[in-house]
Design a protein around this ligand. Structure first.
Ligand code: GDP
Ligand code: GDP
Length: 467
């Protein structure tokens, strides 16, 4: 489903560079001279599975400055009007400039869905500039490097969140979702810290799953058994072709979308050479997924590659679930399970309480438990805690375990709010964000995880200085 995107920001923040990256062609001129891009152009663009048109814009120069710049500004306003979504770029290296605030105000007034993008995030000191971005009231700044292509999965995620899955991922069966701007949501949340309205988990939407793991872990067997048992494939072998991205099926009335993986492709082409796809190929599927099942071979668990895969999925913010496969080959099951669960906690502490389920893909044992774990993790990944509850919790924490003093001065924490879900992401307003020790942030994250029952999913915490 195509939508239109405008890239907006003051000169030199990197709009043309991002445009070129998304459009995949060197169309717009890139230059260090401010205002070098003069034409507005529309070009088909993609970001992983997202397809859209991107409108290149000249910078939002001050209209009063000169007639040329006035024209550029008018063009930019047209570009916002035409767009379904605005990517508002700031430069994380320089931090906020007065122009950023002016133009953020212009963008906010249009009421268009906005994704705030903090570019040049790979440069030194960019963290501070990125955090300043919160002050624009346009929501969470997404750190990227347009030049080096970093942060693109998060950008994809933010676009989907801002426009809705149906409009961006083009699930034709669903009605287009209402347009929502995360920016507005966050602003309201911060202004009304007692707001207790928390949206319900939506179990009517298909749950999107990918299955990954290193070669021979049993991914194809697992998928085939899952699909084979359910026998609710839409049509004979429907969707399982080389070109399809996903296959739908039902589990206890719950719609599931399983994303293209090596396993599915091989099922369709049994007669063809059963080439083992590289891990990287398999990992492409995780961009589409909400929950990612990581298949371990229980007879040789926790190989280096297993941990690398898990780590990547966690960093990408997906909801992970472990499947210890080939459990039928294991003799001392209870002992091994205890050992594997202990190792899971120790080696993947950033997702404490990770669901880990022993299964046999070949016999089908444990697959029901696996599906339950998937649904449970998906709920946690979607969970939202009201600002009121969070701040009552924070008050207790600050009474009993306040942050340490740094260089003789106490760090002050003002409030906390949940800025996003999928995965849960929190914003902590505090004095001197740069000085807050990582250990204290980890302590807070662990506390949140326990108090609000969010086991096994990545939790993000951003710090910002008060306005
Ligand atoms: P525009 O005026 O907003 O279109 O900005 P440009 O795309 O022309 O970029 C301005 C300058 O910033 C150029 O020198 C780019 O090479 C540089 N630039 C763009 N993106 C990045 C980035 O992610 N990191 C760094 N370090 N420089 C960037
Ligand atoms: P993939 O490369 O991850 O897709 O792995 P496959 O599904 O092709 O499985 C690799 C090998 O492990 C095959 O010989 C399977 O028959 C075998 N295998 C997969 N799952 C199980 C299981 O649960 N138990 C046993 N004993 N063997 C399995």
């Amino acid at each position: 489903m195509r939508f239109k995107v405008s890239i907006i920001g003051r000169p030199n923040v990197g709009k043309s560079t991002l445009f070129n990256r998304l459009a995949g062609r060197k169309l717009a001129l890139v230059d260090d001279t401010p205002g070098v891009t003069r034409d507005r152009r529309v070009h088909p663009a993609k970001l992983f599975d997202l397809r859209f048109d991107v409108i290149d814009t000249a910078g939002l120069e001050d209209a009063a400055a000169s007639s040329l710049e006035g024209r550029m500004r008018a063009q930019t306003e047209t570009a916002i009007d035409e767009a379904d979504l605005v990517l508002f770029l700031i430069d994380a290296r320089t931090g906020l400039m007065p122009d950023d605030r002016t133009f953020a105000e212009v963008v906010r007034r249009t009421g268009k869905p906005v994704v705030l993008v903090a570019n040049k995030a790979e440069t030194r000191g960019a963290q501070g500039g990125m955090l300043e971005g919160w002050e624009l009231g346009l929501g969470e700044p997404i750190p990227i490097s347009a030049e080096h292509g970093e942060g693109m999965p998060d950008l994809r995620e933010a676009i989907i969140e801002a426009l809705g899955e149906e409009r961006t991922l083009g699930d034709d069966e669903d009605e287009p979702a209402a347009v929502a701007s995360t920016g507005v949501l966050i602003g309201e949340d911060i202004e009304n810290p007692d707001d207790e309205t928390v949206p319900e988990y939506d179990a009517t939407k298909p749950l999107r799953i990918a299955v990954v793991g290193r070669p021979n872990a049993g991914k194809s067997t697992l998928i085939n058994t899952l699909l084979g048992e359910e026998r609710l494939l839409t049509g004979p072998e429907a969707g399982i072709t080389r070109d399809s991205i996903s296959v739908d099926w039902d589990w206890r009335g719950r719609r599931i979308k399983l994303f293209d993986t090596a396993g599915m492709r091989r099922k369709a082409r049994v007669q063809e050479k059963l080439e083992k796809l590289s891990v990287a190929d398999g990992l492409r599927a995780i961009r589409f997924a909400e929950v990612v099942v990581i298949v371990f071979d229980a007879t040789i668990p926790f190989e280096k590659q297993d941990l690398q895969i898990a780590d990547l999925i966690i960093r990408e913010g997906r909801a992970p679930v472990l499947a210890f496969n080939k459990w039928d080959l294991i003799e001392n099951r209870q002992e091994l399970l205890a050992e594997l669960r202990e190792k899971t906690e120790r080696l993947l502490p950033q997702v404490r309480g990770l669901q880990a389920v022993p299964v046999s893909a070949e016999t089908g044992r444990g697959l029901d438990k696996l599906m339950e774990a998937i649904e449970k993790t998906h709920r946690v990944w979607n969970s939202r805690v009201s600002t009121g509850k969070l701040n009552r919790w924070l008050e207790g924490v600050l009474t009993h375990h306040p942050p340490p003093a740094v260089a003789g001065r106490r760090l002050k924490i003002k409030y906390i709010t949940q800025a996003k879900t999928r995965p849960p992401g929190f914003v902590l307003s505090c004095s001197r964000p740069d000085a807050m020790p990582q250990s204290y942030i980890r302590y807070l994250v662990n506390g949140l995880r326990e108090t609000f029952e969010m086991p096994g999913v990545p939790i993000r915490m951003a710090l910002r200085a008060p306005d």
